[in-house]
Design a protein around this ligand. Structure first.
Ligand code: ATP
Ligand code: MN
Length: 295
């Protein structure tokens, strides 16, 4: 592929640049490959990000170079990229089309992170999340065990739960919430209570943020439900040594995974998974359920 090329997508003309630039030196993975991944994953990824303004994490010189977070949409955006409120700022990019996602990929926006609430209802989370982080000496397999226990409890409460790898070290759970009755504070409190319940029974679990408390444990980061926080979007690539993806999983495959390598996916694998099995998070977009009240 030439270093720069003009493409037409959905009637929008995009100038793609530095296509041969290697963004993941360990694998020789290029910007053209990043763009191609986002082009192919767009149909399943867009529904998860279209109603919010993602924070972009850009690595224009690759994963070993300078990395920067952008909440605001770059001022040089094309006029057809809409902007909206995001994470305490106005003017985040609305990424609701294939053309928009290819445009961000061309900015080397390798990661896209979203808030738990949509841009038009920033006070109302549409999901409660559990961010499971392995402390020093723990692995994603320890997170797996915690995820399975949380899922058992949540299902006993009648709640559907969705799981993905973070694409980095841990696991993310998402419990969709419908209606406007629940606040970020409610979701935070619910997640903390559930984390504390598990912490009391399992001394390899902590809800304590302090780094030294996390050694040999899984940290259940309930505070990710704060209104200002974001979580990496499903299907986002990560800025890591290898081009890994935050990958939706089925509960069966998480249960079956006995090796860390079963829980690490690169773009081609994710495209193949989606071709074979569709979006394992599609029901998260439609399920109607409420968090039980805590007193
Ligand atoms: P890991 O599995 O390694 O924990 P992660 O994506 O869950 O990967 P965390 O450090 O647990 O990373 O953070 C959770 C989420 O908080 C991230 O997905 C991201 O959206 C947000 N976040 C973390 N650090 C920052 C930061 N410096 N600036 C903005 N957002 C951040
Ligand atoms: Mn995490």
């Amino acid at each position: 592929m030439a270093s720069a090329t003009e493409v037409s997508i959905e009637g929008r003309t995009l100038r793609l640049t530095n296509l041969e630039k290697v963004l993941f030196p360990a694998c020789g993975f290029t910007k053209a490959q990043v763009i191609d991944y986002y082009r192919q994953i767009a149909p399943v990824m867009l529904p998860h990000i279209a109603d919010r303004c993602p924070t972009l994490v850009r690595a224009p010189d690759g994963v070993a170079g300078e990395v920067f977070f952008e909440k605001r949409c770059p001022s040089h955006r094309p006029e057809w990229i809409a902007i909206g409120p995001a994470n305490g700022v106005t003017g985040g990019c609305v990424i609701d089309s294939l053309a928009a996602l290819v445009w961000t990929a061309n900015l080397a926006a390798i990661e896209l992170h979203v808030q738990q609430s949509p841009r038009l209802a920033l006070q109302t989370p549409t999901a409660m999340v559990f961010d499971l982080d392995p402390g020093d000496g723990s692995t994603i397999l320890d997170c797996r065990r915690v995820a399975l226990q949380l899922r058992t409890w949540l299902e006993q409460l009648g709640l559907a739960v969705f799981v993905k790898t973070s694409g980095s070290k841990g696991i993310h759970l998402s419990v969709p919430i419908s209606g406007s009755a629940v606040t970020h504070e409610d979701a935070k409190r619910f997640a903390l209570s559930m984390g504390q319940l598990l912490e009391q029974r399992d001394d390899t679990v902590t809800t304590n943020m302090a780094k030294e408390q996390r050694v040999g444990k899984v940290f259940i980061d309930w505070s990710q439900n704060d209104r200002h926080k974001t979580t990496v979007a499903p299907y986002s690539m990560r800025i890591r040594e290898y081009p890994t993806v935050s990958t939706p999983l089925s509960w069966d495959e998480l249960e079956a995974a006995s090796d860390e390598r079963c829980l690490r996916f690169i773009p081609d694998e994710v495209i193949e998974r989606v071709a074979a099995r569709g979006d394992l998070w599609s029901d998260a977009l439609t399920v109607q359920q409420q968090l039980p009240h805590l007193n």
